[in-house]
Design a protein around this ligand. Structure first.
Ligand SMILES: [Zn+2]
Length: 276
């Protein structure tokens, strides 16, 4: 198994070109992946294979994820500077309309969302444009569509816009700081419970580290001990290699759009090198 896991950020909108706009990139990448004859599958399938729960053949497969759970994941929104943006969900629907259901029967995007409504409201004013674009009312319909899965991107991202220190003496600003029992329960377990309540009967089973910050306490101690107890199957970092049967369960690698690739050609290289 060699499955590249690609990651997009709905809030990355610095213009309307591929480089600098993750929505333009996402729509183009769906086409590229399809043209190359690759199959898009839910990232949960990769984890099921990694954990030996399934024998699915994932050769020639790619998985898609997006981070931070802004409204751009689900809605088309009018950006104040760069105009109307097609959200990820509508890009998936568009792809389906153009190619038919059989083209990518397992088409799926995993959205890692931030749980705490108060933290999301703070980010909406501090980092976005204060138009309530960090809401949660779309989580359930997104999940119900079958095209998007809602998963855990922590309680509040331990974001620099939050008052520091936070609860449990947590210094704000990066996720390396989440380094003791109480802080891990606060950031990860609490988010598991909150998100589960919003999307029930579904439950979140995957976690991804905010900022891609993976520390040894979480990866080697807390998650191996507490992960399954809080309902988690795996955690994702940004290792920029394909996921394989040798991937670390609590630090499964992903490629980040705008960082590990900025052009369709660079993505083509990632896909070609890993899929032969
Ligand atoms: Zn994030």
């Amino acid at each position: 198994m060699q499955v590249p896991i690609l990651t997009y950020h709905g809030v990355n909108i610095a213009g309307n070109d591929y480089d600098g706009n993750d929505h333009v990139a996402f729509a183009a990448d769906l086409e590229l992946i399809h043209q190359l004859g690759l199959r898009i599958v839910p990232v949960q399938w990769v984890i099921d294979r990694l954990l030996g729960r399934s024998e699915r053949d994932l050769n020639g497969c790619v998985a898609l994820t997006c981070d931070d759970g802004s409204n751009f994941d689900y809605y088309d929104l009018d950006h104040p500077v760069h105009g109307l943006q097609q959200g990820f969900f509508s890009a998936l629907l568009d792809f389906r309309r153009r190619h038919g259901r059989d083209a990518q029967p397992d088409l799926h995007l995993t959205a890692f969302v931030i749980a705490d409504p108060a933290a999301r409201a703070r980010m909406d004013t501090a980092c976005l444009v204060g138009r309530n674009w960090m809401q949660q009312e779309w989580w359930r319909p997104a999940q119900a569509s079958g095209l998007i899965g809602i998963e855990n991107h922590s309680w509040d991202h331990n974001h620099p816009c939050l008052d520091s220190p936070g609860p449990h003496d947590l210094a704000r600003g990066d996720f390396f700081a989440v380094a003791n029992e109480a802080q891990a329960e606060f950031e990860i377990e609490q988010a598991q419970r909150y998100i589960a309540a919003q999307i029930s009967p579904q439950v979140p089973r995957l976690f991804c580290y905010p900022f891609g910050h993976v520390n040894s306490f979480l990866k080697d101690d807390w998650l191996p001990r507490r992960g399954e107890q809080v309902g988690l199957d795996a955690a994702f970092g940004d290792g920029a290699v394909p996921a394989s049967l040798h991937s670390e369960r609590w630090n499964v690698p992903r490629y980040i759009c705008g960082w590990h690739w900025k052009t369709p050609d660079a993505l083509r290289e990632i896909l070609a090198a890993t899929l032969g």
